[in-house]
Ligand binder design. Sequence first.
Ligand code: NDP
Length: 296
Amino acid sequence: MTAQIIDGKKIASEIRADLAKKVEQLPGELMPVLAVVLVGDNEASRIYVRNKQKAAAEVGIGCEVLEMNEGIGENALLATIEELNENPHVSGIIVQLPLPEHINPLKILSAIRPEKDVDGFNPYNAGLLACKEPETVVSATPKGILKLLQSTGIDLCGKHAVIIGRSNIVGRPTAMVLLNHDCTVSVTHSKTVDLPSIVRQADIVVAACGCPNLVKKDWLKEGAVVIDVGINRVEGKLCGDVDFEDAKEKASFITPVPGGVGPMTVAMLLENTYEAALKQQNSHGHHCHCGHCHHS
Ligand code: NDP
């Protein structure tokens, strides 16, 4: 069997096109604006922020990047977040991770007002997701993973999903999203004993551990759906956490790297920003244009 490729690049570009139409229909004063806080000079972070800026421009969402010095103190950073919280023109706020060592990310992420937390990393939103609250802002990568899985047409109900990685930004929220969609979820990590034998039980594998080409064909059950979240640079070339050429011989569906989860993450961030803008305008008494709300 050779797997069908799940074309994240194509699906993401369709989502952006759809979003661009919706944004265009908004009156000018409701234009969504994403504020991106970038601390320090991390090369990979710069590339990610540039991609987000480019994608935002394409769909007509404003994107303001606030660059902070590597040495900025926690309090100064908190003050910046507070200003953005109070700024009525800002619909969504994200802090590009990782932050420098001397800054506690949880403290900073907790300061983002939940309605503007379009990455869904504020523990309040992460907690609502864990409680299966439908109105929660779901962070972009897990949301993108869900859309990619849904694009295959498989029924998620009752499927065994094995997630490799338990980080706050990928592994854990992905586990919650799939649990909320009736998968049976196993979350594995660096202390897991005999990882291959657990992955072999999976109908769905989500690899998010940052280990280049870790998952091999003989780790997979025949016909497994494989979502590769990893972004690793090996000898100047990007690769995922799955050995793509090997695994595609046994999987039914597989995402490539690049062109799989990455573009979906950006598209979902923009979708979250658009939705945040609509909700905030609503709560300020403006009329919503989402097509779902009713006004008297
Ligand atoms: P982290 O380093 O925060 O977490 C990695 C997780 O993988 C940890 O839970 C760790 O276990 C686990 N792990 C590490 N090595 C192994 C191993 N050999 N076997 C099993 N589990 C292991 O990474 P992130 O979650 O932030 O990111 C994961 C990958 O996804 C990275 O390559 C990153 O670049 C990529 N990424 C891609 C995104 C996209 O949009 N495509 C978005 C975000 C990240 P333990 O907890 O025990 O340490």
